[in-house]
Design a protein around this ligand. Structure first.
Ligand code: FAQ
Length: 307
């Protein structure tokens, strides 16, 4: 059987493609693009919440937040390692990120001016991430699927800590409840944008679905997220800022409004409210770390006996 037919058979029979298997160049490229964007998102995604580590209101909240942000670094590293199994070079991917040539999730270009944002990011952003990533545990590329299994377990903890923080705030004062609502109002639409553009504008979906890299369309996952989140919002006692949001008994799903897609494309292009700040911060961290990379390189050469 020729290589391409063997690859197609692996995909069709729900087996995993492994690093040493033959794969079409487009398949490899699509995976590197998606996994690198995902890794960059985890790394840039440390910044919005990292903003609150020094100002968390108690030792317990600080310990939880520190653990969460560290988990995000770990997810980024797993995912970069997965791209390396496809022949990508991590230094090259980082260079592409800090020079704006590779994307990361739009959501992390929104600022976090309020402590309630820590809870809302856990609830809505990690909630959306789980919705998107649980199906990726069945993605066709083995190392990516296995990374997703571990990452999703940690994302579930992240989502719960956010929701628990919000439950606590909602049981507090009027001012705390108002903080939560104000944060939900800012993050609701950007959270819906995390699933990508509507299916009709999703240039990569058709091929990625055929290769079983993606398992659901952007709109299917967005619907799932809305259906999952509405009862959680009710229990919490917050209003989701969408006047079109209502249960549709005929469809067995919620109807909901569309995010501002012009804003989405602007944010994706790097013109989001905190876009420049996020990249500048990442660039500086990379430059500040140069001496560590250099020391590690010299140390490993010494160990190998290279003069
Ligand atoms: N932001 O054809 P499609 C997290 C781009 S969770 C920016 O539909 P695709 C956890 C897209 O790249 C967040 N760009 O694309 C966490 C494409 O451009 P390209 C990360 C976006 O790939 C929580 C173009 O638009 N999760 O980090 C976005 O088939 C809390 C057309 O779009 C993942 O990356 C966007 N939202 O579907 C961390 C999950 N959406 O590349 C810290 C894995 C689309 O052709 C704190 N990725 N674009 O130039 C995926 O599932 C997919 O890549 C999608 C997009 C669904 C995001």
């Amino acid at each position: 059987m020729d290589l391409e037919a063997r690859f197609e058979r692996t995909i069709a029979s729900e087996q995993r493609v492994e690093p040493r298997d033959w794969m079409p160049e487009g398949y490899r490229k699509t995976l590197v693009r998606q996994i690198a964007q995902h890794a960059h998102s985890e790394i840039i995604g440390m910044q919005p919440e990292g903003n609150w580590i020094t100002r968390a209101p108690s030792l317990r909240r600080k310990a939880i937040l520190l653990a969460k942000v560290q988990d995000e670094a770990g997810h980024g590293l797993y995912l970069y390692a997965a791209t390396e199994t496809l022949g990508a070079d991590r230094a090259d991917l980082t260079e592409k990120l800090i020079t704006g040539r590779q994307k990361y999730s739009s959501i992390f270009n929104y600022p976090t001016p309020s402590y309630a944002d820590v809870g809302v990011i856990g609830w809505l952003v990690d909630g959306a991430a789980i919705c998107n990533q649980v199906p990726l545990c069945r993605t066709s590329y083995g190392p990516y699927a296995r990374a997703m299994i571990r990452i999703c377990k940690e994302e579930s903890f992240h989502q719960r800590q956010g929701y628990e923080l919000l439950l606590t705030m909602m049981a507090g004062t009027d001012a705390q409840r108002a903080m939560v609502q104000e944060s939900v109002d800012r993050f609701w639409w950007p959270a819906l944008m995390m699933f990508g553009p509507p299916d009709a504008e999703s240039t990569n979906s058709e091929q990625s679905l055929a290769w079983r890299i993606k398992r659901d369309t952007n709109d299917e996952l967005r619907q799932k997220f809305v259906d999952m989140t509405v009862p959680q919002a009710e229990k919490l006692g917050v209003t989701l800022p969408d006047p079109e949001l209502r249960w549709n008994a005929e469809r067995g799903h919620h109807d909901f409004g569309q995010p501002d897609w012009d804003e989405f494309w602007q944010v994706v292009k790097g013109n989001g409210p905190a876009g420049a700040q996020r990249l500048a911060h990442r660039r500086k961290a990379h430059e500040d770390g140069e001496w560590v990379r250099e020391a590690a390189r010299v140390h490993s050469e010494k160990k190998r006996g290279v003069e």
